[in-house]
Design a protein around this ligand. Structure first.
Ligand code: SF4
Length: 356
């Protein structure tokens, strides 16, 4: 069966320039480097990674908001990169985006009704009195009221604005929505409301999402599959269950270890990731993670590991994924080292003092 979206060997390089009057090229930023994935109708693919790993650029490339340097993007079998302007505009009905900042992504000069009517008019989906009816329907679909159509974006809270952004994305009845950090700018309680709204809309309308975020808990909650990106490359991809219960790439393991622990009396976790992400202007040779990887060997410094299948539906880009998993499984059967024991004792003491 043809997937809704198939991305193969996607590459985006930016020319980096310096100079105030006369600008000169100082190198190439390898923002996205040979990224491949696919997405089925009604499915959610989460993309996670640190800032600057290329996840938002990937989302924008899929929608052709920026042009790719190389690679293919197929939506329902059509090659998105070779479409004419007219064909691309028609395709945009099926592919929409929700941006991170609901304060910047809504036009402050348009009333909500006009803002929602705009894409309907542009794509010839409604006219005349139907525009207002459809706008009011969209508002009720996202949990707002029909009379909100008369208001302006500045009259809404952050969570309500993000609901407006969702309503605008839904206006053309798309099949795919790229959600680019849609809840990162919201309070935690509001985040849950927006995530639940997205899940509810997906089950009602059969939408597919590419959900880009750095919050692992949010990605786990909403995604069917997850791709982990590091320095422009996918380093691990698996079903959500596989990725969170049996991560195989050292970077994924470090990301999970760095996530906050809800239970201070629970077992101590592995030490979190250290060091900064290298510059995409000059990525390390071989495995791009080798400058931060505690398991790096000589081979890692010279040979880039391919993204290979290590279990059904589970792929990781690490030369030693299986060996590392075996060593770490064995290590969990022996007592933790002294510093880990001290950390656990300290957490227990804090919990006891707090009366837990
Ligand atoms: Fe670490 Fe080497 Fe695996 Fe890269 S290939 S993640 S450096 S062990």
């Amino acid at each position: 069966m043809t997937p809704l979206l198939a991305v193969e060997g996607l590459i985006k390089h930016f020319d980096s320039r310096r100079g105030v009057v006369i600008q000169r090229s100082v190198g190439t930023v390898r923002a996205v480097d040979d990224v491949s994935f696919h997405l089925s109708a009604g499915e959610t693919l989460g993309i996670v990674g640190e800032s600057g790993c290329g996840k938002s650029t990937t989302g924008r490339l899929v929608l052709r908001l920026i042009e790719a340097t190389a690679g293919t993007i197929r939506f329902e079998g059509r090659d998105v990169r070779t479409l004419s302007r007219g064909a691309l505009r028609a395709l945009r009905r099926d592919m929409q985006i929700i941006f991170q900042d609901p304060y910047a992504s809504l036009n402050p000069r348009l009333s909500v009704g006009d803002m929602l009517a705009e894409p309907l008019r542009l794509h010839g989906l409604a006219s005349g009195a139907d525009l207002r009816t459809r706008a009011e329907e969209l508002l009720t679909t996202v949990g707002l009221s029909a009379w909100h159509a008369l208001r302006y974006p500045h009259e809404f809270s952050g969570g309500q604005r993000q609901r407006l952004a969702v309503a605008r994305a839904l206006a053309t009845r798309p099949k795919l929505i790229v959600c680019d950090e849609p809840v990162s700018a919201l309070d935690v309680s509001i985040q849950a409301q927006v995530i639940n709204l997205l899940k509810d809309l997906q089950s009602r309308l059969g939408l597919a999402y590419i959900f880009i975020a750095h919050d692992l808990a949010v990605v786990r909650h909403i995604s069917d599959r997850v791709a982990v990106m590091y320095l422009g490359k996918i380093v691990e991809t698996a079903s959500t269950e596989q990725l969170f219960t049996a991560p195989r790439h050292p970077y994924t393991r470090a990301l999970l270890a760095a996530a906050p622990i809800a239970d201070p009396t629970g077992p101590a976790r592995r030490l979190p990731l250290e060091g900064d992400i290298p510059s995409p202007l000059n990525p390390p040779p071989g495995c791009r993670f080798h400058t931060r990887c505690p398991h790096a060997q000589a081979q890692c410094r010279s040979e880039a590991p391919p993204l290979r299948e290590i279990a059904p539906g589970h792929r990781a880009a690490c030369h030693f994924a299986e060996a590392i998993a075996a060593v770490e499984a064995a290590a969990e059967t022996v007592p933790p080292p002294p510093y880990m024991r001290r950390l656990t004792d300290y957490r227990r003491a804090v919990a006891a003092l707090a009366g837990r």
